[in-house]
Ligand binder design. Structure first.
Ligand code: G3P
Length: 217
């Protein structure tokens, strides 16, 4: 499973990219707002050092402007993927953009029907929002399982991005459910490589090694 960074924070992306663990980046208008920087400037800066796909979202919601905006965003770098919301206009835009060879990520997917329709429209990626589904008292991971089954049943090529990831368990269960990608908030990565027993083990090895060295002086 690939790891994308779900953030527009350049420092966080650099840190994970330096570990070789950043296969791509996803952003959205809320994440751009959080950084307080110009949209194009931050996306092109990320594209200058991340080789994998970088999703940048349209902010128009009608078909004509969505397509116009998507065509412009797609020129910012070779690895741009245009994020399009899951609406009627969005489906139409995904179909038109895919015919032009512009890669799309259909976002805000909360049901199997939505995912299936986005895949049939030709979305390169589809993004079910796990955390927000769980917030409603439903099962976000189940949607990943079901999408995997349906895409495989019909040979649909869209890649599943498990999005709105909040916990290590979301990442692990998305992998088990067959998501192609998990897009992970920058601050969650640290929790993924950390375990209290690893830290305790290191402390105990350090202590024993020091005692061994002292004894053999
Ligand atoms: O990738 C979508 C993600 O940014 C939404 O996450 O935590 O706002 O539900 P969240």
């Amino acid at each position: 499973m690939k790891f994308f960074l779900d953030t527009a924070n350049v420092e966080q992306i650099k840190r994970i990219n330096d570990l070789g663990l950043c296969d791509g980046v996803t952003t959205n208008p809320s994440l751009i707002k959080k950084e307080g920087r110009d949209f194009k400037e931050v996306v092109t800066e990320i594209a200058s050092f991340v080789k994998g796909p970088i999703s940048a979202e349209v902010t128009s919601y009608d078909y004509e402007n969505m397509v116009k905006e998507a065509r412009e965003i797609a020129t910012w770098a070779d690895n741009i993927v245009v994020k399009i919301p899951m609406t009627e206009a969005g489906l139409k835009a995904i179909k038109a953009l895919s015919k032009e060879g512009i890669k799309t990520n259909c976002t805000l997917i909360f049901s199997l029907c939505q995912g299936l329709m986005a895949a049939k429209a030709g979305a390169t990626y589809i993004s079910p929002f796990l955390g927000r589904i769980d917030d409603m008292g439903e099962d976000g991971v189940e949607l990943i399982y079901n999408l995997r089954t349906v895409l495989d049943n019909y040979g649909l090529e869209s890649q599943i991005i498990a999005a709105s990831i909040r916990t290590n368990k979301h990442v692990e269960e998305s992998a088990l459910a067959g998501a192609d990608i998990a897009t992970i908030p920058g601050n969650l990565f640290e929790k993924m490589w950390t375990h209290p027993l690893t830290n305790a083990g290191i402390e105990s090895f350090k202590k024993d090694w020091q005692q061994f060295i002292n004894r053999n002086k």
